[in-house]
Write a protein that binds this ligand. Structure first.
Ligand SMILES: [Zn+2]
Length: 279
């Protein structure tokens, strides 16, 4: 059995018991009393000092007596010793406790300081979440195999995919979403049974999408395509005019963020920008 906490004892003092007689061998002043201090430990680190125990041994007959077996004479002698030459607990027996108290004090101080600084300078300590990521996640959540009638590009794309992809995945389960912003187009697909396609072949979906969109975009009014392909659990493929992640397993969807703007929009600035636009 293995204990991580409990009590241990360490010897703190050895003293002679004066004016005593061993009840066993009748030798005078033959006792040496060893004093032990017990302490509570956690992972062998002393935390709290507990009580002391004393064991007397006759140096002549080697018989040892614990505190309950002391004669009245031995007890008196020990009491005298404790008054004149006490067995002090070593400081280290409480060090774990001090360390814990110090640790929690420091942690409290740090957290209070953090709360204070955040309340005094709320702007400086605001967690910088990129609001573009929220927009992207919202659009990913709009992915549906039932394409909205107004999402004409998604309908065209579905037709291309249904015609071009043969075997393997069930194309009727693929979800589509497109969103246009000026000359930028965001194209999102969700292929639930992507695992049926080997990772190295998954990237072949991208040229099918690109060819289809170019064919349906003869006037070249769209110049920037931001394509993201979701698997069942995560983003699998990303291709944008600036970057791509076509490993076919775990793609970084944040590469799509430039579709929503070049730099992270800070909420206040966004409010200032969007407020006049509503009029
Ligand atoms: Zn003895």
């Amino acid at each position: 059995m293995f204990f991580f906490f409990g009590t241990r004892a360490s010897k703190v003092k050895e003293r002679k018991l004066k004016r005593t007689t061993c009840p066993y061998c009748q030798t005078q002043d033959s006792f040496v009393v060893s004093s032990f201090s017990k302490y509570f430990h956690l992972f062998w680190i002393p935390i709290i000092p507990l009580f002391k125990t004393h064991v007397a041994e006759c140096t002549h007959c080697k018989k040892s007596y614990d505190k309950t077996q002391f004669t009245q004479q031995m007890q008196q002698s020990l009491d005298n010793e404790n008054r004149t030459n006490p067995a002090k607990r070593p400081l280290w027996q409480g060090c774990g406790c001090l360390v814990l108290v110090a640790f929690f004090t420091v942690m409290m101080a740090i957290s209070f300081y953090g709360v204070y600084m955040r309340s005094k300078y709320p702007d400086k300590y605001k967690i910088a979440l990129d609001p573009r990521l929220e927009l992207l996640n919202a659009d990913i959540n709009k992915l549906s195999p039932l394409i909205r009638a107004e999402d004409t590009l998604a309908l065209v794309l579905k037709k291309c995919i249904d015609d071009d992809i043969v075997g393997g995945i069930s194309t009727e389960d693929i979800a589509y979403f497109t969103q246009r912003d000026g000359d930028k187009l965001l194209v999102l697909l969700k292929v639930r049974d992507m695992k049926k396609i080997a990772a190295k072949h998954r990237r072949d979906l991208i040229p099918v999408i690109e060819d289809c969109l170019r064919y349906t975009n003869p006037k070249d009014s769209i110049t920037q395509y931001f394509i993201g392909v979701e698997g069942k659990w995560n983003t699998i493929l990303v291709k944008t005019p600036f970057d791509q992640d076509l490993g076919g397993r775990f793609a970084d969807k944040q590469l799509l963020l430039p579709f929503y703007g070049d730099t992270p929009i800070i909420p206040e600035e966004k409010e200032k920008d969007s407020a006049p636009a509503e009029h």
